[in-house]
Every structure is written in structure tokens, then in C-alpha cells.
Ligand binder design. Structure first.
Ligand code: KG4
Ligand code: ZN
Length: 372
């Protein structure tokens, strides 16, 4: 199944072209094209993402990236002359997927509207009426990105053995969400807990701002922390002892603020390292407790903050000591991208077909507050 996916929920304009096969039991993906155009340099000036600027940039970038996706390459189909010709046929697409939420509504709409245009072209002019068009939950994109943990391009790579994987505990950590899930199978999950205030990525971004580091703050904190002592400052580990799976990061953020106010000469490196360790400790402790309670076979880590090497390392060590598998996608698939949206679209398509669902293709609309 050839999938074209579009992602514009925040400040990355991303498109991907994938071939997927294997069904719900043995999925395999071959990434043909993967383009992410990041707007961070533009938003950094404002210290965070400005929705209308994001919209403007998506509108500008989408057609450019779309042309690149179709451009001649070893997998592709159109040469530059054909691309410039509006009558050129778009290569066959079996499934067209677009992120519908959660995210910034003006940004989401640009992707949704663009996808509708592509769909119309496919369905009418190109006579591809069989193309399926589906809206994808961005969080499902992160969730299923663990399927990219295997070597995607190598057809001989081992397929994940579904049986020993589930039940799995999935931790999604991004700029907008911090969610712990119990995955009973590839298509069934239950939310165990989530943040009651700030998302962990948001806390990284806000602490970075207190340290005068540019947006996005996560990678900056990680860089600074390398030269700091993570035991230097005993920041709180909010809710770590609570017998539930919810999180809270706003108190941790505030204690960093007060610490900096009261200790203006402190080493920034130590603040970054101690904050990063405090946040990671809470995430790891709750994930670990969930693994034990639900006798899970694996831990799945995803979302932008999963790019943090300290968090990856501590969680991987914990998985080893719990004797469970650990999956985290390669770095480039942690932060927002369209490959993960294509992967989630494939699973959603299989899930809906097995449940006999039929969606009206053009009834897709942006849903900024969509949850899992
Ligand atoms: O998943 P993502 O790209 O977008 C959302 O869906 O929110 O996540 C972005 C978040 C930002 O808050 C960013 O600071 C954080 O992920 N992030 C990191 C790292 N790389 C990105 N946080 C900690 N360490 C990193 N290396
Ligand atoms: Zn994301």
C-alpha cells in the first residue's frame, strides 16, 4: 500500500511517501521520501510558535515540498518537466493521510485543505477513485512511531513479534502532551494518566527560556546539561510517589524559577542537568510502576522529548532491569514528521477495515483539541 502523508500540526511542514505491507501482525515500511521543513528559526524570534506565522509558512512550504516528494528519484516517477506541467499525473497513491489534530487549528487547516486538493486531483483528474483519504490523530502518529524502531529500509530485517510485545506501556512525551498508555494490542489501548498542567516538553522550553536559551528549549537544555552535575540541585520530583499515573511539571518549572532567583550565581549547566534529571526520574518511575502493575512486555517511548538522550538512556536501563523490551524510534522520527503519520494511517486503515468502518472521504476537518 503506497501512502502519502501530510503533517502541519505545529511548526514543521512535513510530507512523506511510504510503502507499507504486512497487515496488523507483521507490518513493514519502506520510506520512499521523507521531507521535514522546520520553521523553528522563524518562531525562535518570538520565543515560541506563533499560530498565524506557522499557517503562513505551511501555505508557502506545502506546494514546494509536494513537488519535491513527487520529483524524480530512484523511487519516483515524475521528472522536473512533468512536475511543472499541471496536467501531469500524480503517481498512484492508495492511502492519503493528513494530521487532523491535536495542534494549532490554523496550522492544521492548511494541511487538511491541501490534502483535500490533492485528493480531488487524485480522484478526478488522475482517475484514482480507489484512493482512501483519512484524517490521523497526531498522537497516534507518535504512539505508532515505535514501529520505525526496526530497520525500516531493510526488507530482511526482523519483524517485531507482536505477541511478546503486548501488553506494552507507551510513554508519549512532546511539547503539548505527556501521556502514559497501556497498549493491550496493536489497536487497543487505555490511557493510564497524563499531565495535569504543563507537558514535559513545555517545561523544557520554559526552563530554557529562564536560562536565556533560544526556542525550542529541549535540545538546548540537553546540550547545556552535558557539562553540568545532575545531582547538584535537589529539584522536586512532582507526584513521583502518587499511586496514579498522572504527571505535573508546572511545580518543577516554578522551583527552577525560584532557585534561579535565589541563586543568581549558580552554574546554568547544573540547573539544566538537575532539571533534566528530575523530569526524567518522574517519567521513568511512573513508566516502571506501570510495567510492573500490568506485567508489560515492552516500553514504547515517543514524542519530541524522546529525542533526549538522558531520558532514553535511563528508560532503556530501567527496561533492561525489568527484563522488558524497549522501543524508541530513531532520533529523526521523535520530533514531528510525516512518516509517523503515514504509519499511524496504515494501522488506522487496517483497524477500520477489520471493524467494517466506512468514512466519508471529504468529511475530514481540523480538530485542535483532539485527544487519544
Ligand atoms: O513532538 P514534538 O516535535 O511536537 C509536539 O507534538 O509537541 O515535540 C516538541 C517538543 C518541544 O517541547 C521540544 O523542546 C522537545 O520536544 N524536545 C526535546 C528535545 N528535542 C525536542 N526535549 C528534550 N530534549 C531534547 N533533545
Ligand atoms: Zn508531535
Amino acid at each position: 500500500m503506497r501512502i502519502l502523508a501530510i503533517e502541519t500540526s505545529c511548526d514543521e511542514t512535513a510530507l512523506a511517501l511510504l510503502d507499507a505491507q504486512g497487515g496488523l501482525k507483521a507490518q513493514k515500511f519502506k520510506i520512499l521520501k521523507n521531507i521535514v521543513s522546520s520553521q523553528t528559526a522563524i518562531h525562535a524570534h518570538w520565543g515560541g510558535v506563533v499560530p498565524n506565522l506557522a499557517k503562513r509558512e505551511h501555505l508557502k512550504n506545502l506546494p514546494i515540498i509536494f513537488r519535491k516528494i513527487l520529483a524524480n528519484s530512484k523511487f519516483q516517477i515524475l521528472n522536473s518537466k512533468q512536475i511543472r506541467n499541471p496536467k501531469s499525473k500524480i503517481p498512484n497513491i492508495d492511502l492519503l493521510a493528513v494530521t487532523v489534530g491535536p495542534g494549532l487549528e490554523p496550522a492544521l487547516w492548511t494541511g487538511v485543505n491541501f490534502a483535500k486538493e490533492v485528493y480531488k486531483k487524485l480522484a478526478t483528474y488522475n482517475r484514482q477513485p480507489k484512493t482512501k483519504f483519512i484524517g490521523v490523530n497526531h498522537l497516534e502518529g507518535h504512539l505508532y512511531s515505535f514501529l520505525l524502531a526496526q530497520k525500516t529500509a531493510n526488507p530482511k530485517s526482523k519483524i517485531l513479534k507482536s505477541k511478546s510485545l503486548f501488553p506494552a506501556i507507551a510513554l508519549i512525551v512532546s511539547g503539548g502532551h505527556t501521556i502514559l498508555l497501556l497498549m493491550k494490542s496493536m489497536t487497543k489501548w487505555k490511557k493510564l494518566g497524563e499531565t495535569r498542567d504543563d507537558a514535559v516538553g513545555e517545561a523544557f522550553d520554559k526552563v530554557a527560556r529562564m536560562l536565556n536559551l533560544p526556542y525550542p528549549g529541549g535540545p538546548q537544555i540537553e546540550k547545556l546539561a552535558k557539562r553540568g552535575d545532575s545531582d547538584a540541585i535537589p529539584f522536586p520530583r512532582p507526584m513521583i510517589k502518587y499511586k496514579n499515573y498522572d504527571f505535573s511539571f508546572s511545580g518543577l518549572k516554578t522551583s527552577v524559577l525560584y532557585y534561579l532567583r535565589d541563586n543568581p550565581k549558580t552554574k546554568k549547566e547544573d540547573v539544566a542537568a538537575s532539571f533534566q534529571k528530575a523530569a526524567s526520574d518522574v517519567l521513568v518511575a511512573k513508566t516502571s510502576r506501570a510495567v510492573k502493575e500490568f506485567k508489560a512486555g515492552s516500553i514504547l517511548l515517543s514524542g519530541g522529548v524522546a529525542a533526549n538522550k538522558t531520558l532514553r538512556k535511563i528508560l532503556q536501563a530501567e527496561a533492561r532491569s525489568l527484563n522488558v523490551k524497549f522501543f524508541v524510534p530513531p532520533m529523526k522520527f521523535n520530533t514531528d514528521n510525516a512518516v509517523m503519520i503515514a504509519v499511524a494511517a496504515y494501522i488506522q486503515y487496517l483497524r477500520n477495515s477489520s471493524a467494517g468502518h466506512r468514512r466519508k472521504n471529504l468529511a475530514i476537518h481540523a480538530q485542535g483539541n483532539l485527544s487519544l
